[in-house]
Design a protein around this ligand. Structure first.
Ligand SMILES: Nc1nc2c(ncn2[C@@H]2O[C@H](COP(=O)(O)OP(=O)(O)O)[C@@H](O)[C@H]2O)c(=O)[nH]1
Ligand SMILES: [Mg+2]
Length: 345
């Protein structure tokens, strides 16, 4: 298939073309980049929902339940087309987690309104974040109403991936002792919806209390406004005296992903957050913030790659040695590398 056909196939709803395009895009081949350029004008319609949290909290189970819910909504509501992107950089040797995810997803197998993609975890962390962004764009162009992006909340790269979303759901579970870890990772600061999954297990109240406490710290109002780049909201306050209308307080919800309890409420909160963004102009601001994050990410990767490829062989290693031996400072090392590489050209 030529690139043009690949992209046209995606737009026409051809699943084989979609799968092939995703592979090309994920591997950042020239065909993939071309397809992306054709598809990008067709993006911007999907609701991108990040689902993040520590390993084992039940994210895959929740995503599975959410997808089932969107496919078979309550009477009177339209079924939505759902794509799932699973990213798990903590399991570089595939198998385990991803296979497990695939097995749990089997409830959804054969449904043309669902598409599931596990990201290959090879490559740098920055690479995973930008590959995920590209994969999400293809799925957006393919017309999925919702794209659920599952990531393990373990570090900066996962926060970067979560930043690709309009709505971020942070998942906790009792008994993992990771409440503090979540705060450290800055995960709570990006949470739009908080979920205490495994609400069937003892200790739910403790987890909920810990979350409520840390949420107060992570979201003092002025900080939250700044954090999401919604400085405009501050300026708007005079004309919008009802502060509760313009500020979203992340709800804390309980779920049991193994039996589906709490899923309708979670889906409701996700919709409510989208409506809130649309009502307040936050959607446009989120889009700007999202795409800016992506541009910065691509620019950084590109510049670093170009820079490295222009360096004299061994120059980086030698600079590192000099820093290790305390002969030069890291800042001097960078200065030297930049001067040498521009001379090498
Ligand atoms: N008791 C209980 N177990 C759950 C629940 N949700 C998920 N699990 C189990 O927790 C384990 C990890 O779930 P998984 O969805 O793979 O978590 P992930 O690593 O966050 O994606 C699996 O054995 C699930 O069956 C729940 O609500 N209650
Ligand atoms: Mg998982």
């Amino acid at each position: 298939m030529a690139e043009m056909d690949l992209a046209q196939g995606v737009l026409a709803g051809d699943r084989l073309a979609l799968a092939r395009t995703l592979s090309q895009v994920e591997n950042s081949t020239p065909e993939g980049r071309l397809a992306l350029s054709t598809l990008f004008p067709h993006t911007g319609k999907s609701h991108l929902v990040g689902i993040t949290g520590a390993s084992g909290t039940g994210k895959s189970s929740l995503v599975n339940q959410l997808a089932l819910f969107y496919r078979k909504p309550p009477q009177g509501e339209l079924a939505r087309r759902v794509a799932v992107v699973a990213v798990d950089p903590t399991s570089p040797f595939t198998g385990g987690a991803i296979l497990g995810d695939r097995i749990r997803m089997r409830d959804l197998a054969g449904d043309p309104g669902v598409f599931i993609r596990s990201m290959a975890t090879r490559g740098s962390l920055g690479g995973i974040a930008s590959a995920t962004a590209a994969v999400v764009q293809v799925l957006d162009a393919a017309g999925f109403d919702l794209i659920l992006i599952e990531t393990v909340g373990a570090g900066q790269s996962e926060v970067d991936i979560a930043r690709l979303a309009h709505t971020t759901v942070v998942v906790e579970a009792p008994g993992l002792g990771d409440d503090i870890q979540a705060i450290k990772a800055g995960i709570l600061e990006i949470a739009d919806v908080l979920v205490v999954n495994k609400a069937d297990l003892p200790g739910v109240e403790n987890t909920e209390r810990a979350l409520r406490g840390s949420l107060g710290l992570a979201h003092p109002l002025p900080h939250r406004i700044m954090h999401h780049g919604r400085l405009d909201t501050v300026a708007n306050q005079a004309s919008q005296p009802d502060l509760t209308e313009s500020i979203w307080m992340p709800p804390i919800l309980r779920t049991v992903a193994i039996d589906g309890s709490g899923i309708p409420k979670l889906a409701e909160a996700i919709t409510a957050h989208r409506e809130y963004l649309e009502r307040t102009g936050g959607w446009g601001q989120r889009e700007r913030w999202r795409l800016q994050t992506e541009l910065d990410m691509l620019l950084t990767n590109r510049l670093v790659d170009d820079f490295r490829s222009n360096l004299v062989a061994g120059a980086y290693e030698r600079a590192l040695e000099s820093v290790l031996e305390r002969r030069i400072s890291p800042i001097q090392a960078v200065e030297n590398l930049i001067n040498n590489s521009s001379r090498a050209k």
